[in-house]
Design a protein. Structure first.
Length: 231
């Protein structure tokens, strides 16, 4: 791969199933939301190798693109879809990974990337957390099972946009939850965030929801247990 990638694995020789985690618009630097690391710890504890490609740091956006559009095109979700597929190939070459059991997941910018990635074959399953469903074509049909988890109060990537995909994906909307419901930080509105869903084009709310986070762990665990099984 031409971009940095980190790998975490369970103890033992494997082969283990693996998950490629795609970070959100905050990237993996000092301003990261922390969600990728939180999910990585959760999934490794459940027996998965976790691969996290860094799409931003070597492309001029080490601090993310949540509030600035100057670098956004260079790291857009449609470009990052290739990063995901490259990470899939990387994972499949690791001796402790079961090459036939690799999934992908991401939140927000990474969730949108997951949607676009699954428009073509490669991964066996995917989870998109609060993605921008409006980017999906009217004829969108994922090439593998896809679970979408999103908050009812999401004002950055509205849940309503995902409803039209419900016949093609498994969709769950969390009542009372905002964008980044899997965060360990309180809800807050940041006026500087770029938001195509806002009339002004700016401003979005993010914040954790303990009930949604707990349920999301259970949903993701069950989903990957089923879709990445050996059968």
């Amino acid at each position: 791969m031409s971009i940095p990638v980190s790998v975490q694995k369970p103890d033992g020789a494997g082969p283990f199933p693996a998950i490629v985690i795609l970070h959100d618009c905050s990237g993996l630097g000092p301003r990261s939301s922390g969600a990728p690391a939180r999910w990585a710890t959760t999934l490794v504890a459940r027996g998965y190798v976790v691969i996290v490609p860094d799409s931003f740091s070597t492309r001029g956006a080490p601090e993310g693109v949540c509030t600035t559009g100057s670098r956004a095109a260079n790291v857009a979700p449609n470009r990052r879809a290739q990063d995901a597929l490259d990470a899939l190939g990387y994972a499949q070459r690791l001796p402790y990974v079961d090459a036939k059991r690799v999934g992908v997941m991401g939140g927000s910018h990474g969730g949108t990337t997951t949607l676009l990635t699954l428009s073509q074959p490669g991964f066996r399953a995917g989870v998109a957390l609060y993605p921008r469903c409006s980017v999906a074509a009217q004829s969108y049909k994922p090439a593998a099972p896809l679970l979408i988890l999103i908050g009812e109060l999401d004002d950055w990537t509205p849940a309503a946009d995902c409803n039209r995909l419900a016949t093609e994906v498994t969709l769950k909307v969390y009542p009372g939850a905002h964008h980044s419901f899997d965060s360990d930080r309180p809800a807050r509105f940041v006026a500087a965030r770029i938001n195509p869903s806002s009339v002004s084009g700016r401003g979005a709310t993010t914040g954790g929801n303990a009930a949604a986070w707990k349920d999301a762990i259970e949903e993701v665990t069950r989903f990957f247990e089923r879709t990445l099984s050996r059968s």
